[in-house]
Design a protein around this ligand. Structure first.
Ligand code: ADP
Length: 327
């Protein structure tokens, strides 16, 4: 019979997202509840390669549930992309007797986990920690709700000043491959146009829409654009519009990294806590190499290699709603 896992490691990797601390806390406390030793691996896969690994106790994760960022730090580890780097990582895990890993990160981190667990006999369980919500197999990712609420707060403020001057604002939000932050923040702030990587927008349609709005004196307009949209972000779109309609009173605001920081929302703390708990249960039940998702408010498990391949699809109905509501 296979030996039961007694020591696990937890790490946060890739882009940070608010709620990662709540997930770490849940993993540590659930692990200790089950009699496991739990080790924190610093700076993502870098800590595995460089042996920066510390034992965590219940008290180590006190007073962090409400904090953004990650107490374990995060990084992009280029050595882990190589077989030599992963061999070093494995040797370091062996030194500590770590037999299973919980990886909190995005699809890149999951890809790394998948490759590592194929090469070495270390089971991995993933928790989707990404503000972009760009992983299929879960309705929510840790950090998305906080990020989108930060964007909403900012866009509401921008609308006040846009309204005072009868101006058009182009607000760029995060989302290199996925437009969910743009879609949700745009709908909830009444944006006139939402431009996302998943849908192609024709310049001619945009211009026609502004000309039509100008005619009926609708002068305050907000465009929310995801950084990864085909236009190439807010600055590029502004240049294009200015060229076509020089009289447009137009300003650009790029929200940038404020979307990653700040205290996690209640929602993110709750899903991080649930997911962290279930990650440890997975390792104990030998449900290996999956990532934890929540679909229809139920915990579900998707093979970690599928998270790598799939992307979410945004239905045409979303865009129809945007159009109807922003007349
Ligand atoms: P995210 O997890 O936020 O998508 P990245 O794509 O930057 O972030 O991935 C985080 C880290 O995961 C990388 O720096 C690297 O260490 C590891 N990783 C990503 N892809 C691979 C891969 N193909 N092989 C091994 N490790 C990988």
């Amino acid at each position: 019979m296979k030996k039961k896992i007694t020591k696990i490691g937890v790490l946060t990797s890739g882009g940070d997202s608010p709620g990662m601390n709540a997930a770490i806390r849940a993993v540590v406390r659930t692990g200790i509840y089950h009699g496991l030793e739990v080790y924190g691996i610093m700076r993502g896969y870098t800590g595995m390669v460089e042996n920066e690994i510390v034992k965590l106790e219940n008290r180590s994760v006190a007073n962090i549930i409400q904090r953004g960022g990650t107490m374990l730090k995060t990084s992009r580890c280029y050595e882990f992309l190589t077989p030599e780097g992963r061999a070093k990582a494995y040797e370091n895990l062996k030194k500590h007797g770590i037999e299973g890993l919980v990886i909190i990160g995005g699809d890149g981190s999951f890809k790394g986990a998948q490759i590592f667990s194929n090469e070495y006999d270390i089971p991995c369980v993933g928790l989707p920690g990404t503000i972009d919500k760009d992983i299929a197999g879960t309705d929510f990712t840790i950090g998305f709700d906080t990020a989108v609420n930060t964007a909403v707060e900012a866009i509401d403020k921008i609308r006040d000043t846009a309204d005072a001057h009868d101006r058009l604002f182009i607000v760029e939000v995060m989302g290199r491959d996925a437009g969910y932050i743009a879609l949700h923040s745009g709908i909830s702030t009444g944006a006139e146009h939402i431009l996302i990587p998943e849908k192609k927008t024709k310049v001619a349609d945009l211009i026609a829409s502004f000309q039509e709005k100008e005619k009926r004196k609708k002068l305050v307009n907000i465009i929310v654009i995801a950084e990864g949209d085909d236009f190439g972000g807010a600055d590029e779109l502004a240049k294009l519009l200015k060229k076509e309609i020089p009289q447009l009173d137009l300003r650009v605001c790029i929200l940038g990294h404020i979307q990653r920081g700040g205290a996690p929302s209640c929602f993110d703390r709750v899903i991080a806590s649930r997911m962290g708990y279930h990650a440890v249960e997975c390792l104990l039940e030998e449900r290996f190499n999956v990532f934890i998702g929540i679909v229809n408010n139920k915990i579900c498990y998707t093979p970690i290699n599928e998270a790598v391949k799939k992307k979410q699809r945004i239905s045409d109905e979303w865009m129809k709603i945007v159009k109807i509501l922003a007349t």
